[in-house]
Design a protein around this ligand. Structure first.
Ligand code: HEM
Length: 319
């Protein structure tokens, strides 16, 4: 799932060349994986947070710096190749790299450095989040055969053996509910932080006032919000039905897998469409079951992933 999500996001951001260039592909994969695991380690041991300590040339920092250099040099090469017409968009229209190359800010074209930063952000933010969503979704579906059957029925009756199209995708209502319920139960981004830009007093439901001073870091626990019995009866049960015919306005305040407000997920629609395409094609083609004897431990790092991965046996469906 990780390699697939990386292929998709790099394909959409940088065009087809990268997907077929195994060397660049492997380098990107390796550098992102190294940087993420070292960053997470530094965050949870506080090494990456404490002033002074975070700048020390410790092994983890050197590894991150090297991964960053590798990643950035690969991206720079991709940008140069596009500038020289050596690659092109895989989309019907322009891809993100084309848009960034033609974009202007205050009448000025973006610099190469800015383009590298913007495209790298997209790849990093859009890679592990989506692969985590897909991994948990396959896991939870493998444990709920009845729900999987309902999903297969929807997908088979709407796609009729064809790959999904814009038209058929919009009809996959139950598929979308399955993905949303998976996002609720196993939110890939389980928490976010914000800094209070001004003094604020929040009044809790019991009338208790909480004063938040300007400059305070506020930790928002999306995982808990998505598991509160008050809003989600039988909160620990996987039940996609709760996302069918429900009050969208109500959900927009209690269902926040992509956060909310002006800095919410810019890739939200992309991610849902991507996951819908992946899930419908997988379910259409394969039967899958969990390899026995595994233990599943959600681990909250930057994303909430299964600690030791999830092993799934897949075989072609006999239709
Ligand atoms: C299931 C998949 C995804 C989930 C659950 C997810 C979740 C989130 C969340 C919660 C945030 C806000 C983080 C914060 O406020 O601190 C965020 C930000 C962001 N996401 Fe996603 N995301 C997903 C997929 C994607 C994809 C596919 C892309 C790009 C193609 C993307 C690009 C971004 C970017 C650029 C930001 C930063 C926006 C900003 O700071 O203004 N995400 N995402």
């Amino acid at each position: 799932m990780s390699a697939l999500a990386l292929d998709i996001v790099t394909g959409c951001v940088f065009g087809s060349g990268l997907v077929h260039d195994k060397e660049v592909h492997a380098l990107m994969h390796r550098s992102i994986a190294t940087a993420m695991s070292e960053l997470e380690h530094r965050m949870f041991t506080l090494i990456g947070v404490l002033p002074i300590v975070k700048s020390l040339p410790l092994k983890s920092k050197l590894k991150i710096d090297e991964a960053k250099r590798d990643f950035m040099s690969a991206v720079k090469k991709i940008i140069d190749d596009r500038r020289h017409g050596l690659t092109q968009s895989v989309c019907k229209g322009l891809d993100l790299l084309d848009l960034l190359l033609s974009a202007e800010s205050d009448g000025q074209k973006l610099t190469s450095e800015e383009i590298v930063q913007e495209s790298a952000t997209m790849v990093i933010a859009g890679h592990e989040t989506t692969s985590t969503l897909m991994t948990w979704t396959l896991y939870v579906l493998a444990q709920h055969p009845k729900i999987l059957l309902t999903l297969q029925k929807e997908i088979d009756s709407i796609l009729r053996g064809q790959p999904p199209s814009a038209d058929t995708l919009s009809q996959l209502i139950y598929t979308e509910a399955v993905l949303k319920e998976s996002l609720r139960l196993y939110s890939p981004v389980p928490n976010i932080t914000r800094m209070a830009v001004k003094d604020n007093t929040i009044v809790a439901q019991d009338g208790k006032e909480i004063f938040i001073r300007r400059g305070t870091d506020v930790f928002l626990d999306l995982y808990t919000l998505h598991h509160l019995e008050k809003y989600w009866p039988n909160a620990d049960t996987f039940d996609p039905e709760r996302f069918l015919n429900k009050n969208e306005t109500h959900q927009s305040t209690i269902f926040l897998p992509f956060s909310a407000g002006t800095r919410n997920c810019i890739g939200q629609s992309f991610a849902l469409m991507e996951a819908k395409i992946m899930l419908s094609m997988i379910v259409q083609e394969f039967e899958f079951e969990l390899v026995p004897g595994q233990t599943f431990v959600p681990e909250m790092v930057v994303t909430m992933r299964p600690k030791d991965g999830i092993w799934v046996k897949m075989k072609s469906r006999q239709l």
